[in-house]
Ligand binder design. Sequence first.
Ligand SMILES: Nc1nc2c(c(=O)[nH]1)N[C@H]1C(S)=C(S)[C@@H](COP(=O)(O)O)O[C@H]1N2
Ligand SMILES: [Mo]
Length: 411
Amino acid sequence: MGSPGDGTVEEPVNREPPAEELVQSSLTASKRPGTPDPEAYDRNHGPIQYINASTHKLAIRSEPALGSSDVLPTPIDVTLSMDDLGHKFRQHTVICALQCAGNRRNELRSRVKEVTGVDWGDGAVMNAAWTGPLLRDVLVDCGLSAKRYLKEYDGLHVQLECNATKVQEDEWYGSSVPLEVVVDPEREALLALHMNGTPLPARHGGPVRAIIPGIIGARSVKWLDTIIVSSRESQNHYQQHDYKILPAEATSPEKAEELGVWDSTPAMQDNPVNSVVTVPAHDGDEVKRDRHGRVRIAGYAIPHGKGGPVERVQVSIDKGNTWMDARILDDGDEKTTHPANKGKGDSRGKFSWVLWEVEDVEVQPAENVSIWSKATDRAGNTMDEKVPEGNWNLRGVGYNAVQGRTGVRIV
Ligand SMILES: Nc1nc2c(c(=O)[nH]1)N[C@H]1C(S)=C(S)[C@@H](COP(=O)(O)O)O[C@H]1N2
Ligand SMILES: [Mo]
């Protein structure tokens, strides 16, 4: 059962590994092998839950007001056990990066201007293989019509809830995603029962959590107990009053209220394309050249929403005058593709991160070097080098500046 290390409503557990350790393997383990220490980050708005898988139930319903329609001929009202989820449906594995929208917040607040929120460095992200039934298959089994065009699902939302405990700002934790995202075969949204081939640990939402690939971590609800198909978004605090990229004129929490921007700003969904420098790990680090005068620079990159995989990463050490192509370390497709999904179409994991490195750059000793990195995904989404420090927003979410490290000393 719970222990002090599992946090409370007032003080939940939020921690991240050092980014330079995180990038040592393509798949992030929940715990660092051979130690009791966590490897993957934890983000909680309330205490970690320990839920008995043999008695846990997932309730799935549609909002009564929806009535009957082409998309939903009869209302949904179904209760499933973990055994049902694990055995009644085809099991699917997706490798995807799960990232907190606040990842890199420390870079933003220390370089641009103060923001509110947990002071994340660059490690609030993990890359894992998640296995369980596709949410689309479960909803269709419950009575949702399988339509040809995603637009037929327009205006509907899937609310995802954990009612096990109160959280900091609300009575329960909840989020929602558009129904279109859930039914989109290119999205692979699933109800994860396993992480990297073992039962989903309690810390990461076991016995079941939502995994919505390409979308900010906040929507991937842990300890999932309720799913509601609805004509509106979740009314939970974390959908309505957090995780939004507020306009720049919202300069303080009070100003945000006064301007009414919480209501007028859409809830974040897709992650922006991003690339993070993890070697060197800190601003001001000293980087030693090898005997050939070369240095190694490395990091990770994630795609925008479903625009992945990341196909190109470029690095600049002269503030964008010249760019070098980084080598993407997945050897084509192997390491980001789960063996279970081999030969099933798209090969390099669409939602996976990629690890990258530049190791053969010959450089002269220099002071105060900035290291920039820029990722481009298959859909062509790329990062804005014209605003190297990135764009400020009050909550410090969705930060994807090309400027990776500053003040680096090359010796
Ligand atoms: N029930 C519940 N689900 C949740 C949260 C939470 O506090 N409670 N936090 C969300 C946020 S903001 C993130 S980034 C991810 C973090 O997942 P992790 O703790 O497995 O890293 O879970 C999401 N799902
Ligand atoms: Mo998050």
